[in-house]
Design a protein. Structure first.
Length: 75
């Protein structure tokens, strides 16, 4: 009986561990995205950055949003 209980708790911990790893990866992506945008703000206008943010909220990547913003607003 004790073995089965320990086996179940180990399985639960493994699931929890995998969830935490996914969460860490997601957090790392968010931090990287914020750092990229912070660096990008130094070289571009407020209008350009605002358009990029709007496009990224719609699901575009940083690169695609930048390309569109350059065509529409410029630097």
């Amino acid at each position: 009986m004790a073995y089965e209980t320990r086996k179940k708790s180990t399985a639960a911990l493994n699931k929890l561990g995998k969830a935490m790893l996914k969460k860490k990866k997601k957090i790392k992506k968010k931090v990287k995205k914020k750092m990229t945008m912070k660096d990008h703000e130094k070289h571009h206008t407020k209008k350009h950055i605002n358009l990029m943010k709007k496009l990224m909220k719609q699901g575009k990547t940083i690169e695609k949003a930048h390309t569109i913003a350059m065509k529409e607003v410029g630097k």
